[in-house]
Structures are given as C-alpha cells and as structure tokens.
Design a protein around this ligand. Sequence first.
Ligand code: GLC
Length: 420
Amino acid sequence: MALIAAVLLWAGCGGEPANGPIEITFPVSALGAESQVVRRQLARFMGEHPGIRVLQRETPDAADQRHQLFVQWLNAGADDPDILSLDVIWTPEFAAAGWILPLDRFGPDTAEFFPTTISANRWRDSLYALPWFVDVGMLYWRTDLMRVAPRTFEELRRAAGRARRDQGIRHGLVWQGARYEGLVATFVEYLGGYGGRILDDGRVVVASKAGLGALTEMRDEIYASGTVPSAVLTWHEEETRLAFQNGEAAFMRNWPYAYGLMQDSAGSRVAGKYAVTAMPAAPQGAPTATLGGTQLAINRNSEHPEAAWSVIEYLTRPEQMLERAEVVGQFPTRLALYQGPELGEALSIPTADVRRVVESAVPRPVTPVYSQLSEILQIHLHRALTRQRTPAAALREAQAEMQQLLNRSGLGATGSRAAR
Ligand code: GLC
C-alpha cells in the first residue's frame, strides 16, 4: 500500500517512476476533430505529468453500441479501461452496479458546474462522474430560407411546407428516428413540447394526453404533412446532419456538435446559412431540450484511480472546455465560462442563448434501469412511427411494460427514491 502511494505521489508530481510510467487507458470518440483535440489535451497533460501515460482508445460513437461494449467490459470485472466516458443516462446504472468509483474523495469542485449536470451524475448521494460537456437538443434552421425560426409545431409545419414547395428543398425537417436512444431523446422534446414527461415519481406517465399529442405530432409530420421524410426511421445523428449539410432539409433536430462541423464551406452547402434555436412547442407545452452529454468516470477495478482522477481533473478544466468548444463546438459544463466573452467567440452562437437552452434542459429519467426503460420505449415508439400500432396503443403498451420493469426492480411508485 505504502509503495503504491509512493508511486502515485511520484506520478502526481511529475517524475517518472523507476519501473516506467503508469498507463491509463481511456476509450473516446473516433470522430475526427474530437479525437484530435483529446489527443492534444492528453499530450499536454502527459508533458506536465511524465509519470503517467494515457492511452487513447477509439470506441464507437453510437450511444447504444458504446453502452453494450462498456457493460461487457465492466461486467467481466476488467481493470481496463481506467477512465470511462459515459453518456449522462448511464451513470446511475453503472454506479448502482458497483462498476465505477464515487468521486467525492477527490474533492471535485461541483459547485462550478450546471446543477442539472451534477445531479444527473449522483447516485445515492455520491457523485460518480464529472460532466465533461453538455449536449442539448436544438432546432437547426436555414436563415437563407426564412427570416425567423418557428416557435410552434404548426409554424414549423407551415415554414417547412413553404421551403419544400416554393424553394425546392427536398425535406422539411429531419430528426433521429431509428430505433435507438436518439429516438427517445427526440421524443422527450416533443413530449415536453406538449407538456408531458416520462416518469412522475416512480410512476410511468408516458401514455398521457401529452404523450399522445407528441407521438401523433411526430407521426403526422411523416405521413400527414410530409414535413419529415420516412427515411428518418433508420437515421441517427449523422444521417440527419448529412442531409441538412447537403442543403436537403429546411430544419434539423440535432445536438451542438453538428454546428461546428457544418461551418466549413469545403464540405458543407449550408455554411453561414443556418442558426439554432429551441425546439418548437405546442401551446400547452414548453420548448424542451433533452439533456445529454458526456461524463468522465473511473472504473472501480482500475489499478490507478488517483492517476485516472488527475486526467479527469485536467480534461474538465475551464481551458480544455473552451478549447473543445472552439474546435468541436461542444458546450462546456462549467457555469463561469458562460460569463466571459471567450465562449461566444469559440462557439459562434450567442452565449446567452446557449445558457438559456442548457438551463432549461430536461434530463431523461435518472434511474439505474434507464437503458431497459429506454429500450421498451424505443420499440413502441418505433412501432407507432412505422404504423404498426396506433400512437395510443403503442404508448399504453410502453407504459405497462415500463411500469412492470420499475416495479420488478423495486423502483416503482411506492417507496422509490430512484426513479424520477
Ligand atoms: C448524444 C447525447 C447523449 C444521447 C445520444 C443519443 O450523444 O450526448 O446523451 O443519449 O446522443 O443518440
């Protein structure tokens, strides 16, 4: 123990331990600029900490695939990778399974972060992951096709119709409609737009009037008004981005990462011709952004938790967050960055707008069985959107199965502190 402590101390202070540097493994995104900015930041970190070598491993970007991979590793008790980049919806699951370490003992400066990003990473009063960047669902709109962005679903439908009819744009709106996590993220925004939610204190309430309004709206966009192409039923984030970037859609629902990627006129037909705003809402609801984003956590079986923490602490510093904002357009999780001028320059979106969307972002249910809940919901939403079921039947079935799951897991309405 004393020996380990000495080595760690050494690692922390910059000298190289006698038996070579400590190796920390860290699987991250393989998307071009994002992977490069992490590489750069890790190179700087290693320059300051010659006792630690961080090995960057590329992993799939699709949320569900990455989840499956991490679950396999952690379930097998692997001590590698040391650092995990988690989707915000996985933290309670990984914490409750005992796969990741509580971070409180490292003294993280949690008061500096957006409170929702911290509460989404707490489980049973401990913090299990530190928010790296925050994702919010936004409406991208073409500034060359219209003067103002629509605020209601109806306004959007009309503007999309005009763009298709009068300006020859192929699609009105594109969103993530494949049967995967992205569909739930999109649905949560329509649901909020109709004034509804998925869970209410351990009770599944998705088969509500609001739920029905939201799912019917999504379905009508495809089959009634033709606003949304039925192709989206197999699309993830990247397929929607490519359609919008090629000038084929008047609107797109997507996360912030797309903003920066479409600015380069070499690969984008819409460079300088788009802006972002909040998703539309119906009169009975409010514009809603799903809270997403990536968190950093430590594998409970890591042999080097202190060294892993020093990497996390470094990557979540304000200067690294600003650099990520500038290079890949991701939104920082630290509040103070929204006060200075640098963030606005880095993102080329007014900081006050970004802050407003982030502050009103709605988390998906914070529960260790989130992935299972979501899978049930995905199946039924997709059935309604492919017209195998009516929206009402799909939501009723989803609600019954989701409630059964919660009850079976002891997280149902009675005595639950977990499922919100
Ligand atoms: C983004 C979000 C994440 C969400 C996923 C869905 O990666 O950050 O929270 O679950 O997209 O596809």
